[in-house]
Design a protein around this ligand. Structure first.
Ligand code: KIV
Length: 267
């Protein structure tokens, strides 16, 4: 019988040159489907704020919401490693807060690891969480929780000084004890350099093909988003069309008295 992926399996995949697949999920049915399809890691991303709750960005998402969504995803999966995002202001204030909140995601949500954004300036926070035996994924480059500092969702690391900073961030995240890191919205050459310079796996999103793995938001790859789709997204299906058609047909049939038929009724 197959067992759930662990952080050790993920590390071994980098060593063996096997690409790591990651998708976001926020609920039971999507977790079931991607787990059965063989996804390596499910990320309960704070992108839930945008694609599920309809906010403009991830900043309003709360710890309670992340716990709620994590529980559903854990119940829906058997084989994937479950990583949950620490939402904005759940780790920025102090180490005690960071440990308590990471602990709640594991204890109450059932997450196997947590992810938090930032490089050198959050290295101590990563270390303090790793020290209580909660595995951490770093996230550098375009960090959506820093949207106001970045002045929007912009590719990071195009200028030499910024690129040097991202390389330093990667080193700091690795040295702090993270077992993997997300590289978001950086030029592909820089992502390759980061990937070659660290021993832990890099998971790219808008960071080119030379990362150790890739992550995308499930709503984006299924064409379930009504908003702008970034250049790095590939649509593998268009389920919005299928859903709209199903809903329209239901409305039409109820209005016309065609549903329910005797087949859908009790004697
Ligand atoms: O919140 C999220 O979904 C993420 C990924 C896009 C990396 O952080």
């Amino acid at each position: 019988m197959k067992s759930r992926k662990t952080i050790l399996d993920v590390g071994a995949m980098k060593e063996q040159g096997e690409k790591i697949t990651v998708l976001t999920a926020y609920d039971y049915p999507f977790a079931q489907l991607m787990d059965a399809a063989g996804i390596d890691i499910i990320l309960v991303g704070d992108s839930v704020g945008s694609v599920f709750s309809g906010y403009d960005n991830t900043l309003p998402v709360t710890l309670e919401e992340m716990i709620y969504h994590t529980r559903a995803v854990v119940r829906g999966s058997q084989l994937a490693l479950i990583v949950t995002d620490m939402p904005f202001m759940s780790y920025q204030v102090d180490a005690r807060d960071a440990r308590l909140n990471a602990g709640r995601l594991v204890k109450e949500g059932g997450a196997h690891a947590v992810k938090l954004e930032g490089g050198e300036h959050v290295a101590e926070t990563i270390r303090t969480i790793v020290d209580i035996d909660i595995p951490v994924v770093g996230h550098i480059g375009l960090t959506p929780q820093s949207i106001h500092r970045m002045g929007g969702f912009r590719v990071q690391g195009r200028q030499e000084e910024q690129a040097r900073k991202i390389l330093a961030d990667a080193k700091a995240v690795e040295e702090a004890g993270a077992f993997a890191m997300v590289l978001e919205g950086i030029p592909r050459d820089l992502a390759r350099q980061v990937t070659e310079s660290v021993s832990i796996p890099t998971i790219g999103i808008g960071a080119g093909a030379e990362c150790d793995g890739q992550v995308l938001v499930i709503h984006d790859i299924l064409g379930l988003c009504d908003k702008y789709s970034p250049k790095f997204v590939k649509c593998y299906a268009d389920i919005s069309g299928t859903i709209s058609e199903g809903i329209s047909n239901y409305i039409k049939e109820v209005k016309a008295g065609e549903f329910p038929t005797l087949d859908h009724s009790f004697k």
